[in-house]
Design a protein around this ligand. Sequence first.
Ligand code: PMV
Length: 331
Amino acid sequence: MSVEATAPGKMILFGEHSVVYRGPAIVLAIDRRASVIASKRDDKRVYVDAEDLGFSGYFEENIYYPITGKAWRGRNLSALNVASKKVMEHLNVDGGVNLKVRSMIPIAVGLGSSAAVCVATTAAVGELYEGKLTKEEIAELSFEGEKIIHGTPSGVDNNVSTYGGIMKYERNQPFNRFKIENQLPFVIGNTRRKRSTKNLVDEVRLLHERNSDLVDNIIDTIGLISTQGLESLFKNDHYMIGELMNINHGLLSALGVSTPELDQLVHSARREGAYGAKLTGAGGGGCMIAISSEENLSSIERGIRRYRGQSIRVNNTNEGVITRRINNGDN
Ligand code: PMV
């Protein structure tokens, strides 16, 4: 018997960087998912098959032994090792697992791929050992894995991936979760340039130190955009959501986190009829997002590809992590 769990990626609609200071930020689960199929092992190894991503290997006593791909990949995979071990510890199981990882979420571009894989791993291992984990437990245990990769992440990625829907988060405040029934048509444009969130947060901090009054005003205005943006989501006002995204992008550029590639994709999307477009996540590469009427989605996508970006059509989703048992031994 094996168990498959799938969990969604995310995009930040409003409020990145400002949320590092006071926020809030508005984050949406997207209908691009990571899948993990877990099965039991006779030994205590955690075996990870991520062949789609070009590597596989196993952990024994927390040491990584590559089978295909480079040894340093173990650093990324250690989150899955930790998440699996935490779940087994939580359930008083002294065992091992095989994890087959597949993901439709591009890596290291701000779409929450590592959190989605961690959440799916946690849920799959929990169900495999009949742990009946609650969503709260899944979010908590997967966070232990996330910390291995990201140090001190905010926790928003694994939360939104666990529960789905919309998350409003603010420093030192509990997460606020919402669901909306309507689907919003978005296009993601991936510049394919990987970046480090930590470096970009550091750069904004230095800018803040040099120009604290100016940057404080930008941070507050972005916070206001998030608040108004959430209202526009509830009203299903796509035009206003787009307008607020445009203003938000301008302010992120003012903070210095946009790039010529991101600006090119943002302006191309607007030219092709988007209601609005902005970078999403830390910036410095990674992705931009555009909201549009259904009829303009294709030309926005063509525009993104013309500038050598990867275009991905997504909707928001209320579906957080889900698990299913596979009884035919097919894993
Ligand atoms: O690109 P991501 O998903 O790592 O998002 C970073 C968002 C920031 O506000 C820049 C940092 C943070 O921790 O909130």
